[in-house]
Ligand binder design. Structure first.
Ligand SMILES: Cc1cc2nc3c(=O)[nH]c(=O)nc-3n(C[C@H](O)[C@H](O)[C@H](O)COP(=O)(O)OP(=O)(O)OC[C@H]3O[C@@H](n4cnc5c(N)ncnc54)[C@H](O)[C@@H]3O)c2cc1C
Length: 325
């Protein structure tokens, strides 16, 4: 019988991503309820040293495949390696991050493992011995409960939503051979283009200052950059701003952009269209600055300022600077 709550840990350039700790802490909670162990699959080249860190967040066994073919990430190699580890060990639950990499990998894995999956979950629990996954639907207007009947029961967890819990344990390392053959490795990474140094990715930011059509043009974002720098925040954008060429697509928040869950989301000159809300409504606190008191964003905002953002944002930056001084 399938046993064990597993995660696929994410690492980039020698460091585990925050979502890996969120996955490990959540898996620990589920495994304790089931009386099972937590396993993590860790893939890459020279990654073994990172395994100990996962133990600190509740992982009992880290299944490590250290292989140059697993660095940098490719869908083919990683899906083949995770599928091998899962087939050999038969865990009952497999959790991944609903991050860019996790979304890419899970789609291929579901096919390889011939199971089902709940995507982009904001909560997971155990009910009647099975995984019960809770996920927003219709752009966050309601929540659906999903039970996967295949094995393993797969789910991807929305980054920044699940609490990280430290655990004193040290996980054991189990090395495995991913048994990759040339026929499985159809993709080759020719070049990795990096974002400008120091730029915070919206999908990983704790605070996001986001601008929409109300910014009037690319130069309008200067005041948002300044506020973001003061707060240590990332700058996001609505699709209207991205389509106008004011901001790069990588900054877009929403249904066809990134789904974000920061602690604080400051929406400036954004009306709050349903497709935008789909990407940010699970933020912990939402502040909206808009000169139209009837803008739909105010229905979702915890705090709202009805005024011209070109007056409000610089004033806010001054106040934040004073507070931080
Ligand atoms: C299939 C599909 C997918 C989509 N995906 C996305 C997506 O991923 N992300 C996304 O954002 N959109 C998406 N959209 C587009 C979405 O429907 C909206 O068109 C878009 O979000 C509007 O962007 P906005 O709020 O910046 O612009 P607007 O709706 O034009 O709002 C601009 C706001 O700025 C305010 N404003 C103007 N000047 C000022 C000022 N000086 N001070 C204060 N406030 C001011 C106005 O009152 C207004 O509320 C999608 C649409 C479709 C059909």
């Amino acid at each position: 019988m399938a046993k064990g709550v597993w995660i696929v840990a994410e690492q980039r350039e020698g460091a585990l991503r925050k979502v890996s700790f969120e996955l490990a802490s959540t898996a620990r909670k589920l495994a304790d309820q089931l009386g099972e162990e937590v396993g993590a699959v860790l893939l890459g080249s020279g990654v073994e040293a990172m395994a100990a860190q996962l133990g600190k967040y509740g992982v009992d066994k880290v299944f490590v495949a250290d292989n140059p073919a697993l660095e940098p990430y490719t869908t083919d190699a990683h899906a083949a390696a995770v599928a091998k580890a899962v087939k050999d060990n038969d865990p009952s639950i497999l959790l991944l991050g609903a991050s860019t990499q996790g979304k890419d990998l899970s789609a291929r894995l579901v096919g390889k493992l011939a199971t089902g999956m709940a995507t982009d979950c904001t909560d997971v629990k155990i009910a009647d011995g099975k995984l019960l996954a809770i996920r927003p639907m219709y752009a966050g207007k309601c929540f659906g409960e999903v039970v996967v009947t295949g094995t393993p029961q797969m789910a991807s967890l929305r980054p920044n939503v699940f609490t990280i819990v430290e655990n004193a344990k040290a996980g054991a390392v189990v090395k495995f051979d991913p048994a990759l053959d040339a026929a499985q490795l159809k993709t080759k990474v020719l070049e990795v283009q990096k974002e400008a140094a120091g730029k915070i990715d919206v999908s990983e930011a704790n605070i996001i200052v986001s601008g929409g059509r109300g910014m009037k043009g690319p130069e309008g974002y200067g005041i948002l950059e300044e506020l973001a720098k003061t707060l240590g925040a990332a700058v996001g954008a609505s699709r209207a701003a991205v389509d106008a060429g004011w901001r790069p697509q990588s900054d877009q928040v929403g249904q066809t952009g990134k789904v974000v869950s920061p602690n604080l989301y400051i929406a400036c000159g954004i009306s709050g269209a349903i497709q935008h809300l789909a990407g940010m409504s699970s933020s912990k606190f939402i502040v909206a600055i808009n000169k139209d008191a009837d803008a739909p964003i105010f229905q979702r905002a915890d705090y709202g300022i009805v005024d011209d953002l070109f007056k409000v944002v610089p004033a806010l930056t001054v106040e934040v600077k004073k507070l931080l001084a």
